[in-house]
Design a protein around this ligand. Sequence first.
Ligand code: PMP
Length: 358
Amino acid sequence: MQLNQIIRADILAMTAYKVTEVPADCIKLDAMESPYEYADDLKAELAKELTNTPLRLYPTPYARGLPDAIRALHKIDAGADILLGTGSDELIRLLTMLTGQAGSTMLALEPSFVMYRVNAEFFGMKYVGVPLNDDFTMNVEAVLAAIAEHQPQLIFIAYPNNPTGVPFSVDDVNRIIAAAPGLVVIDEAYGAFSSHTFLSQAGSIENVVVLRTLSKIGFAGIRVGYAVGHPSVMHELRKITPPYNMNQLSLTAAKFALQYHQFIDEHINKQKSERERMRTMLKAWSQIHVFPSEGNFITMRVPDAQALHQALLDANILIKNLHGVHPLLDQCVRITVGKPEQNQQVLGVMQKLYGTKA
Ligand code: PMP
């Protein structure tokens, strides 16, 4: 079989999203997973629920009440519709598929979550990436000019942004929503750690869709995300959603997790206060620039990103080296906020590299 005769040339030319395989004892601070495990008694309770989950049958159409639990959790307006996805990744793919065809355009900010651009390529869309300012804030005038010029069918805004952590001005995002001729997807993957959400606009403004995920709040392994939007848009999205796209074990685990949301909240609050403690400690090194963050991670510019990445790796700690990912990310690294003792280990390695702080 000649692969180059049967597979799309653009796919043959692509490289796959790289997921790093790490030893089990590694302190993994590269992918914004929660550092906290569920307590043993909750795990035992969940195991019981999973044992009683029928695997013989297709998942229940109403996902065992999960959308209702999500609605109650965020106090989502009755006018908004909720669609579940296998991670927000699946929803990003479906939203792109909804609008993507030759001649249509996606607009996003650069740097941001790479899968927006990759999905635009999958569906033959033109991709317009508007660069952020040097401090990773949004150049809203440039975005509005690009909207006027390219009339994009689809805009992705990660709020707060990954890989920078910086949230954008709420007013700027609202100006974009008002100016956009098409859908504006606010990707709130890190929304649990942020001080603002656009969820109340999903449902009341037709072109707004908000994405959320359980991945960053303790449940990356079950792959559950959700889209909240206006019924007219969600109706179309349902048409292209694969039948039974969610697996029953994940639905059971997600429903269980939301029932015990107070534990999730405790972990979120711990990570938020650790984020601020870490940022204060890191800022004391004059050779490091620490960017503001409303996510569960900290992005900073260091003298030599590769050297820090390697020094931490030598201490069995994995972080993300962003150098080379985008010109604006020159010598930047991104560190997920871990448990206090893990963060101390990071600071200890940095102390060896950068010396004791003044
Ligand atoms: N959106 C953003 C901004 C992300 O950073 C990520 C994960 N890196 C995702 C979406 C995908 O998350 P999920 O695990 O829900 O697919």
